[in-house]
Ligand binder design. Structure first.
Ligand code: CA
Length: 229
């Protein structure tokens, strides 16, 4: 249970929730930093450079969406994975959280065990992979060690989720990849809401591929294919 490591920032104004989350993450092996409002959370994200941020959306002062957008715009935190917490149970609101580019979400009330599982899944996604370090296909080159991506040898910034999605396709060029397989590999599970998340992240990924966006093809009824032949 404690073979995990990494620093996690929890931004949550409900102190009992923050404490519970913090306690469970620490027990799972993580170092935890707590912030109880949006501005403080943002400040600590920049100062402490956590490996992952658990971000509540409803925060006093500066709300979670605004904090998230600022973090994504800042070079220092643009890669940091974010797990959003939301009190709203409506699917549309959850999807809004994912459409701004969060790596995952949990709806309150959630079980601390579920939160730890989600955090573990994101952390596994972002850790470096031993073995062959570089993979390439067509104009794409990915360095798994430091999660850097090069488009025609020009460095392009990707979030950890975008990197993992592209890596999955680059390692399996010219064959259609089933969306459920992609979901399970990158998020650890597949369901309807996460299915929309996949499309959102793919859309963002494509927008970063510039003139090569069309190499990532949608295969109707199946999923996605990297067409580099
Ligand atoms: Ca709150």
């Amino acid at each position: 249970m404690s073979d995990n490591s990494g620093k996690i920032l929890v931004v949550e104004d409900e102190r009992d929730v923050a404490e519970l989350v913090g306690f469970n993450l620490e027990r799972a092996g993580y170092e935890v930093i707590l912030a109880h409002d949006g501005l403080r959370g943002q400040e600590l994200a920049l100062k402490e450079r956590p490996d992952l941020i658990v971000l509540d959306l409803m925060l006093p002062g500066k709300d979670g969406y605004s904090v998230f957008k600022d973090l994504r715009r800042d070079n220092r935190t643009s890669h940091t994975p974010v797990l959003m917490l939301t009190a709203r149970a409506q699917t549309e609101d959850r999807i809004k959280g994912l459409e701004v580019g969060a790596d995952d979400y949990l709806t309150k009330p959630f079980s601390p065990k579920e939160l730890v599982l989600r955090v573990n899944a994101i952390m596994r996604r972002t850790e470096s992979t031993p073995g062959s370090v570089e993979v390439s296909a067509g104009p794409f080159r990915l360095d798994k060690n430091n999660m850097s991506f090069y488009l025609n040898e020009e460095r392009v910034d990707l979030t950890s989720t975008e990197f993992k999605l592209l890596l999955f396709l680059v390692e399996r060029p010219d064959s259609a990849q089933d969306r459920n397989q992609l979901l399970r590999t990158v998020w650890g599970y597949s369901d309807e809401v996460h299915s929309r998340t996949l499309d959102t992240h793919m859309k963002r990924l494509r927008s970063k591929l510039g003139p090569y966006a069309n190499l990532v093809e949608t295969v109707r009824g199946i999923g996605y294919r990297l067409n580099v032949s």
